[in-house]
Design a protein around this ligand. Structure first.
Ligand code: AVI
Length: 310
């Protein structure tokens, strides 16, 4: 299984790291939903503000009738603004969400089918690249693909380019990609967003160790690790880490592995890249898109870019 393989290689590496996609088991997906409602985590509210006001303009800019593909759909709450806008112009809509979380995909599919009689939901339970490999091109209708919520930010720049390139390869020229990108801003705002006073983001981060305990027979004592989030303004990303409070050895029975930690040694668990116009434009160009539109929230914290396939 990928999780076992990736945990072994990540925790035996010189600089310990775990892929952030493993945050999203059932517990982690629920914690992420909670994060989206925390006052300090402005991203979801900022993007909701944009989509509430601009979804019709966005859908009309692509041209209807459309089909929709979404990478990392989660609960698909924000997607509903775009779905509503599509249904204002057409009676049926095929929607193909790709999500790594079975629980989130199942519950959002059921809810959407209940709410929209004209919707056909073809959910794909996979990570992005495997999910995209299961999508065939659709020549008949325009496609509006969605990559919202700053999900792109969790990729290293080369992976971001590869993922958008894979998405581009299932699109036709003139199809659209609505890309939600968190914008670069002051350190205090960014670090509070990723280290909230309620400790929900800390729980979200620590759940990765709890998941290793649950699924791989790990013996991590969660209290002996501390959540940390730091903005690196040179690289332009917030880094999340789990820091060992003491020198310790942790057994992972299912892997037959003992992991040694020095005091204050850390595991890198997530990067969250922040964008600006220049970095979005160069990412878009390198993946075969051009920038066709941009919408920001009132406080200029978050942007949705409409990229058009070339
Ligand atoms: C899912 N992703 C866009 C979130 C982010 O902001 O990078 C994950 C997250 N990590 C901590 N809080 C939220």
């Amino acid at each position: 299984m990928d999780f076992a393989r990736d945990v072994r290689s990540g925790l035996t590496a010189q600089n310990k790291a775990l892929p952030s996609k493993y945050f999203y088991d059932a517990v982690g997906s629920s914690l992420f939903e909670a994060i989206c409602n925390i006052p300090e985590y402005y991203l979801t509210r900022a993007e909701t503000e944009i989509l509430t006001a601009k979804s019709q303009e966005i859908v009309d800019a692509v041209g209807t009738p459309i089909e929709m593909i979404e990478l990392g759909s989660g609960s698909a709450i924000k997607t509903r603004f775009l779905i509503d806008a599509a249904f204002a112009r057409q009676q049926r809509l095929r929607y193909r969400p790709v999500d790594i979380s079975t629980a989130a995909l199942d519950s959002s599919t059921r809810a959407l089918q209940r709410e929209y009689p004209g919707i056909i939901v073809d959910g794909i339970n996979a990570d992005y690249l495997n999910g995209l490999a299961r999508i065939s091109r659709n020549g008949a209708r325009r496609t509006l693909s969605l990559f919202l919520g700053s999900n792109i930010g969790n990729f290293e720049p080369d992976e971001a380019q590869r993922t958008l390139g894979a998405l581009r390869s299932v699109l036709e020229p003139e199809d659209g990609l609505l890309l939600g990108a968190d914008l670069r801003k002051d350190r205090e705002t960014l670090e509070r967003a990723y280290d909230d006073p309620l400790g929900v983001t800390a729980a979200f981060n620590l759940n990765l160790l709890a998941r290793i305990n649950r699924e791989l027979g790990g013996r991590f004592d969660l209290a002996s690790f501390r959540h940390e989030a730091a903005w690196d303004e040179v690289i332009g990303r917030v880094e999340m880490r789990l820091v060992s409070r003491a020198k310790q050895d942790v057994r992972i029975d299912g892997l037959g592995l003992v992991v040694h930690f020095e005091a204050w040694e850390s595991i890198h668990t997530e990067s969250s890249y922040k964008y600006d116009d220049a970095s979005v434009r160069s990412l878009a160009e390198s993946a075969g898109f051009k920038v066709g539109g941009k919408w920001v929230d009132g406080a200029n914290r978050f942007a949705d870019y409409l990229l058009i396939a070339k």
